[in-house]
Design a protein around this ligand. Structure first.
Ligand code: 13P
Length: 294
């Protein structure tokens, strides 16, 4: 069993200058593809799940047990964290009880004082149970799970205050968005990220890991530069969804027989699952976490 807290793997990544991928899952096949990709690349990984995907899959316990059982059943030997992505306060507690090992509490729509207070409460809960906590300052734009945000650049003072409550890693709005980037997107605010990273390292007294949301579609050089300023966890969802959709679609449309007769989902989903695995492996290589089993 290689299920671990996200804290050590992400702290180690931060201190050694690479990032770990947090890949969103939606179902059994998705989870298999992520785990197989991590194993093939010998990379630590976070299997992430949104509240919408938790509902779709039948509850937090279903997700936690699925990841645990696949970890065992597929003989996964790399470290794996089970991560709640953009959780509410209530879902954060439910996911901890269900066996998640990394929790993102997203209080970015609350006034900052309340976001910090609620995060602080969750930190003491989580740390007592060996679970890692991620919080968010500023906000991520774009659309995920039907929730649309304008995006707000994180204030350095708010990032410092959130770091001071003891979160293990911090998501910051730096011009990143969920979903596909529009053609007129001007890129990550890397100078701001650098300043923010230096300020929170000082508060923490050691390197503080930063989380880059909206990892799909960000040019590789920007991701790699962001890693040098403290990013140690990169979230990816859309890229895997696009790869899955395209591969299944191409496969089904490629042959009359498939449209008409091949109704076995294990056959027509396979190209999609393989495409997710390939996309995840490719991202792991860019993030520098291949071979970094720690
Ligand atoms: P993308 O869908 O843009 O990759 O973002 C994923 C994410 O940040 C999940 O929290």
């Amino acid at each position: 069993m290689t299920i671990v807290s996200g804290a050590k793997m992400i702290q180690t990544a931060r201190e050694h200058g690479y990032a770990i991928g947090a890949f969103n899952t939606n179902n059994l096949e998705w989870t298999q593809a992520i785990l197989r990709a991590a194993q093939a690349q010998q990379a630590p990984v976070l299997v992430a799940v949104s509240m919408g995907a938790i509902k779709y899959m039948g509850g937090a316990k279903v997700v936690a047990d699925l990841v645990r059982n696949l970890d065992y059943g597929l003989n996964i030997t790399v470290p794996v964290a089970i991560h709640l992505d953009h959780g509410s306060f209530e879902m954060a507690k439910e996911a901890m009880a269900a066996g998640f090992t990394s929790i993102m509490f997203d209080g970015s729509d609350l006034p900052i004082a309340e976001n910090i207070l609620k995060t602080k409460e969750l930190v003491s809960w989580a740390h007592g149970r060996g679970i890692a906590i991620e919080a968010e300052v500023g906000s991520i734009g774009g659309e995920e799970d039907g929730i649309v945000g304008a995006g707000e650049i994180a204030s350095i003072d708010e990032a410092k205050a959130m770091t001071a409550v003891g979160v293990d890693y911090l998501a910051a709005g730096i011009g990143n968005i969920h979903g596909q980037y529009p053609a007129n997107w001007t890129g990550l605010k890397l100078a701001h990220l650098q300043a923010l990273g230096a300020a929170i390292d000082e508060v923490r007294g050691r390197p503080m890991p930063i989380v880059l949301h909206g990892g799909s579609g960000v040019p590789d050089e920007q991701i790699q530069e962001a890693i040098t300023y403290g990013v140690a966890k990169v979230n990816v969802n859309t890229e895997a969804q696009l790869a899955f959709h395209q591969a299944v679609r191409d496969f089904v449309l490629s042959d009359e027989d498939l449209v008409g007769k091949n109704y076995d989902p294990r056959k027509f989903l396979k190209p999609g699952v393989d495409a997710i695995q390939a996309a995840v492996e490719e991202r792991i290589a860019v993030f520098g976490s291949a071979g970094k089993v720690n």
